[in-house]
Design a protein around this ligand. Structure first.
Ligand SMILES: [Fe+2]
Ligand SMILES: [Fe+2]
Length: 257
């Protein structure tokens, strides 16, 4: 069951269940920051295993760990974490997670994997390359869609085959002090997405190319790393937004088009 359309005034001081089907659940692990650059962390629980999506910065490690333990009972059920690219708001806490979970799978692209050790990771870790699907022990699958130059060359997004949720990282990110967990008005939200997308993304070729990759995919919700979750009713508007977006080099060098 997708709860995203049913959440009314959710209490964002604690984790929020977004999807549930048998022993498979997806949670928003919120942090109540007073910042326009608000970060979303998600937890996917599949049977007795769990994966964290974009665990975030080091300051959030303790509160996120507490929320994970509250949900799972035992932090050792976390078998991996997805890092959609290496930015510190996504990945700096990798050192803390590997400290307590040295066998955790680091699920990422090879270009991101080259850079993650620069956070000061000591020793080897278990790199899981997103050119393959990730399968939990109970058979549930996460697949990955590369999103080059949005905004990192090796960036990618994560598609959950069970919920049809798209964890989009910085794509569809929005910056706004006036925040709600779920997008309510798409026209207003577009302005908040512009504040991020126009500066961070390489060009319309990058955004349109990615939009074409996902336009035929069944998507029940888009879960970005910043800003609000996009419910199904605005998914098509969001993909059209990427198709039309003028950003990055389109704006900096308009005379070269
Ligand atoms: Fe980023
Ligand atoms: Fe980010």
């Amino acid at each position: 069951m997708n709860y995203i359309d049913k959440l009314e005034m959710p209490d964002t001081t604690k984790p929020i269940l977004l999807f549930e089907e048998d022993d498979y659940q997806i949670y928003w692990l919120g942090l109540n920051e007073d910042s326009a650059f608000r970060v979303n962390v998600y937890l996917i629980k599949s049977g007795d295993e769990a994966v964290i999506v974009d665990p975030g910065n080091r300051n959030f490690f303790e509160p996120i760990k507490k929320e994970v333990i509250d949900i799972l009972g035992d932090v050792n059920k976390v078998i991996g974490a997805v890092f959609c690219h290496q930015d510190p708001d996504v990945a700096a806490s990798i050192v803390d997670w590997l400290d307590i979970l040295p066998d955790m799978k680091v699920i990422t692209s090879s270009r991101t994997n080259v850079l993650l050790p620069f956070y000061g990771i000591k020793g080897e870790y278990d790199f899981f390359d997103i050119t393959q699907e990730f399968t939990f022990s109970n058979g549930k699958v996460l697949s990955f869609i590369e999103s080059p130059f949005l905004h990192f060359p090796g960036a990618f997004t994560t598609y959950c085959n069970t919920s049809s949720f798209l964890f989009s990282g910085d794509i569809f990110a929005a910056l706004d002090i006036e925040w709600s967990l779920i997008v309510e008005d798409f026209d207003t939200h577009k302005m908040a997405m512009d504040l991020f997308s126009k500066d961070y993304f390489a060009s319309n070729i990058a955004t349109r190319g990615y939009a074409m990759k996902i336009e035929d995919l069944r998507i029940e919700a888009i879960l970005p790393q910043h800003g609000s979750i996009i419910p199904k009713k605005f998914v098509k508007n969001s993909i059209d937004y990427l198709k039309d977006l003028q950003c990055g080099l389109d704006i900096i060098y308009p005379y070269l088009k």
